[in-house]
Structure formats: C-alpha cells, structure tokens
Design a protein around this ligand. Sequence first.
Ligand code: GLN
Length: 536
Amino acid sequence: MSNSTKYIFVTGGVTSSLGKGIIAASLAKLLQARGYSTTIQKLDPYINIDPGTLNPYEHGECFVTNDGAETDLDLGHYERFLNVPTSQANNVTTGRIYQSVIEKERKGEFLGKTVQVIPHITDEIKERIQILGKKGTFDIVITEIGGTVGDIESLPYVEAVRQMLWEHENDCLVVHLTLIPYLAAAGELKTKPTQHSVKQLLELGVQPDILCCRTEHPLDLNLRQKIAKFCNVSVNAVIESRDAETIYDVPLLMQQEELDKVVLEKLQLSSKTTPNLDAWKEFLHTLKNPKHEVNIGLVGKYVELKDSYKSISEGFIHAGVSNECRVNVKWIHSEKLSKENIDKELGGLDGILVAPGFGSRGISGKIDAVRYARENKIPFFGICLGMQCAVIEFARNVIGLKDANTTEIAEDTKDPVIDMMEEQKTISDKGGTMRLGAYKCELKPDSYSAIAYNTEKISERHRHRYEFNNKYLPTFEDKGMIATGKNPETGLVEIVEIPGHPWFVGAQFHPEYKSTVAKPHPLFVAFIKAALENKK
Ligand code: GLN
C-alpha cells in the first residue's frame, strides 16, 4: 500500500443533472467513515473566474467558503455531507485556469515558449488538482469534472485526467456517472447511451474504472454483465444509482452497492476502520419520522429556481431533524406580495424567513413581509438583505423615518439606515470584491443569538457590500431593535433582534453556509424551535 495521496475523478456522461455532486459527496462520506481524510473539488468548465458574478437563475446559489471564495453550490453539498470546510482550492473554473496561465505568460515564466492548451493549460489543471493532495491534509482527493463528456469545454479537463492516470497509475481512479434510460414503450432499460459515453471517454484516452448508473429501475445481473462487457469494467464496478427519496439517502444506497469497497480495492487501500454511519442513519431516521410539523414561509425573488436558496432549504432540513420536526417550506415570491394578498400568503405561517438578495426588484414585498412578522408576532429570520429589510422596516414603521432606505436602491435617501461600507466606495470591479468569507462576531449575553449558539464568540461567512449605518444605532436601540452581534474589530452590526417578540433575528452574515448534517446551524435550530413553540 502506498502512502501517496489518491485521486478519484468523477466524470459525467449522457446528460447533465445526473447528480455528480451528490455521488462525489456520498463516496467521500463513505471513505471518511472508513477513516480516510477526504476532500472534494469541483472543476467548472466555464469562463467566468468564479460563479460570484452569475445570476442565480443561471447557476443556482453561490456558495461562500471561510476563506471568502465564491463557489459552485456543489461545495455546499460537500460541506454538508463531510462537515469539513472547503476553500478556494476546492473550486476552479476555466476562467481562473486561463487567468493564471496568462499572468504567468506576462511574467515571462514560460521562457519564450508558445503557450498552448497542452501542456500549459493541462499543467495548470493538474497543479490545481494536486494542490489539495500536496497539503498533506488529505488521503484522498475527489475531483468532480463539471459538464458532460463530449462537451468542447471539458476537453482540457479530460486530457488532464488522462495525463494524471498515466503519470500516477496506481494512485488514480475514474468514476463515470451515466444514465440508463427506461423506455416505457419497450418496457426496457437501455444501455446504449452509456456504451456511447464510455466510448467517447475512450476516444480521449480515458478508461473509466467504475460506472455509476443513474436509473429509475433496478439493474439486474444480466444488465450489469452487459454493461461491464461493453465498457471494459468489472461487474462489481457497475454501480446502480437509483432515484432516492432524499439526497441524504445516497451514501447508504452507495454503501449497499459497495461503491466504497470497490474504490478502495482498486486503489489498493485497505479499510482502516469499519465504516460507522450510525449518526447518519439516525439523522435519516428522524428526518423520515418527524414528530411535529411547521410551516415556514421563505420570501425571496428567485423562488422559481429553488437551487438559488439551496443552503437555506438544506439548513431547514438539518434544523428540522434537530427539532424532530418536518419543515414545510412555502416559497413566496416577494414581487407578488401585496397589501391585498399578504394575509392570505403569510397568515397561518409558523415562521417567516426573508432571503438574501441584490438590487431593488422585490424588495418592497420583503419589507412588507418583515412588517407582517413583526406586527403579528410570527418568528422571523432575516438573512443578509433580509436583515437589511428588517432594519429599513423598523426605521420606517417604528422609528418613523418614512424615507429610510438602503443606498443600494435609493442612493440619495434622507435616512440611509443601510449604507455602503466605506472601503466599498472606491471599488468598481464586480467579481470577488464584496465583504466575503468568515468574520468574527461577538454576541450580547442573553440575546436570542447567544442563547442559540450557547457561546458569545462566533465566526460566520459574509457576502455583501452594504451595512447597518451605526449613526442610527442609538435611536434603534432606544426604540427596541438591538444590535446583539457586532464585529469586535470594526464595530459593524452583524445581528439585530427585537426582544419581547417571540423570536426576531436578522443576521448580516449567511448562517446557512455553515449548516451541516453533523452540525445543524444554531440559528436555524432556534428559529424552527421558536416556530414550533408559536405554532397556532
Ligand atoms: N445586497 C445586499 C448587500 O450587498 C445584501 C447581499 C446579500 O443578501 N447577500 O449588502
């Protein structure tokens, strides 16, 4: 057995959306449960430097790491499954690869050579893959290649994989995810698309070791043998990946299929410990057998695409399990909320969450939703823009500052209760320039937040340009909205609360990024608990 880091590549064929991220996370979970420190990386073949500038409709949520990287939402799954933080190194795009190759070229690092896709771009890709292994922290690095095999854009990545397989033969492995469609008219599962996508990989010089076959029906032995024969893999390396009730079932389904065992055998690794998934199984059991139920309204402007709020909805699932409670989420479009329908839309909810966001669209509906929660004493949780809306609402309707606003949408407002941070005012570039990543925060004793966290010193992840304007703080506190969380170095307000309300918390940071199966986020847990206690 070698001591070197092992690299597992996860590629996808036939179609997109087969759930490569969940398979990668599930495999990592199984390897972690056997005592191997494992991390997962996503390589995205698009030209944006990172997804930070992408509209959520394009790409779902932008996930933020502790070190302030704006990344693909799959990294959220990795963290939720493994309970290990990811970093900038865990998500690399074609844009970033080219950017660093071009920077090196400008510095003369290629010594007058012609700079080409092979070897320069592929070398850069291989370096980015191996950075995580070289750190020495991880026994196994799983690299998910975004896109579908055969796409023009993913060619350099597959080529980098081919080179790595050649250079580190015994330390690398390829898991290819494909689809086995069911033809209802023929009453049959069809293997041809899988055969073709493996052929496509073979044309590029890559022979997959394991095939994970997405299917709506069980794969019988005959079919597995057929796939194995046509695709040059062993029969036990044909893994059935059936549609699951929840994504949290997938590690157990993969364990039943012995995906981890096959992987370890092929990498010539022994199982250091018997995999212990008891905590995971208990989580699943509670998830599927809740004792209670609450109805939470999620007010946002991207609700047509639920991936835009992925970490928030997963945070609800984790917090629900902590409270032995099913969390039914009612998705409420903030643009469609009006004085006429607000009672119908929000009345009867056990809790209201106002979501993060950017720009003016849908903001007045969010402010009305805050008012409704405040006045009707419904537990309220505001995140980032949701917290800012809570501040604006309080200024207008409690303090009486009728024009109070955020300078994000009214630059010349008389009362900029939310204002752009000083250091943001000179920045013109859009990508990677917000206040990003983890910052410390100190909590007021006995506040809702301090009770939820059970500590007064926390660190949470940020992604915003605007802040509570401290000029107004004395007035707010005098009228009953308290800054219960502050950055100890800058004094920036990170949390506002209204004591006396059943539960009213607005957080400038994004707690949802830190909620995992093993560690549901304290604010989500406390919010769901309050919703449960206040249930009508
Ligand atoms: N648009 C707001 C800001 O930039 C809030 C951002 C967010 O909700 N993530 O401050």
